[in-house]
Ligand binder design. Structure first.
Ligand code: CA
Length: 256
């Protein structure tokens, strides 16, 4: 596929149906800046001036992506993010937080609460459009969820470790390691998404299921057991990396 100039600058829409962006932001000039530039790129934009209005809009007309300011009158962006993640309708919608440079702490908290990305103000319009586009693309392509029924039987090799999807078996230097089903599924989903940071919430959803009532700490405990069993010690060659305040990532550089 070749790209012409129009594609690169984003003048052409990349899909037939218009995608909806909900912008929850109280500053009028930022609202206008975002609206103008996203509409120019063929997105449909809805503006909400505050958190409650944003939540109402998100639950009524579920958007494809949400741009969420942190400093909002009334409910702040972090609380809005939490409520969006706790609602079935909006649980999966990508959220990009808009933060000021002075809100470093909130940024980490935002990611922990389930935001997917953040943009620091002041931002360039080009960057904003690129991030929105990347998020929407990622929803379709990025996360590979292994289906339990898929027993096509591929073995993933990671250094000395082999993950055998067909037999639900993990081997290290050829010796079988005894893992629980959850530990196996955690390792497998990390391996399938190697190099990508998976949040605790995502892992909880995928491995334990949507209806599981539990804390993200459950994920930490299972990761700890998993590391012990596969002998994954802390250090530069650690296979399962902890991304502080966010989640886990399988170290891609160790893969063969
Ligand atoms: Ca604000």
């Amino acid at each position: 596929m070749s790209y012409n100039k129009a594609n690169i600058s984003g003048v052409l829409a990349h899909s037939a149906s218009t995608q909806n962006v909900l912008v929850i932001e109280d500053e009028i000039h930022i609202q206008e800046l975002i609206k103008y530039n996203l509409e120019k790129n063929n997105y449909k934009v809805t503006i909400a001036d505050n958190g409650l209005e944003g939540l109402n809009e998100a639950f009524t007309n579920v958007p494809d992506v949400i741009l969420l300011d942190i400093m909002l009158p009334g409910l702040d962006g972090l609380e809005v993010c939490k409520r969006l993640r706790n609602n079935k309708l909006t649980k999966k919608i990508p959220i990009i937080m808009l933060t000021a440079k002075s809100e470093e702490f909130d940024k980490v908290l935002g990611l922990e609460l389930g935001a997917d990305d953040y943009i620091t103000k002041p931002f360039s319009v080009k960057e904003l459009v690129a991030r929105v586009r990347a998020r929407l693309r990622r929803v379709e392509e990025d996360i590979v969820v292994p289906a339990k029924s898929d027993i096509a039987g591929s073995v993933i090799k990671i250094g000395e470790i082999e993950i055998d999807k067909e037999k639900y078996e993990v081997r290290k230097n050829g010796d079988k390691i005894s893992l629980t089903l959850k530990e196996f599924e955690l390792l497998h989903i990390l391996a399938e998404n190697r190099g990508k940071v998976l949040t605790r919430d995502f892992l909880l959803d995928k491995v334990w299921g949507y209806d599981y009532i539990g804390e993200t700490r459950t994920v930490d405990v299972h990761i700890r057991h998993l590391r012990q069993k596969i002998g994954d010690d802390e250090g530069s060659s650690q296979l399962i990396e902890t991304i502080r305040g966010v989640g886990y990532r399988l170290n891609e550089s160790l893969l063969e």
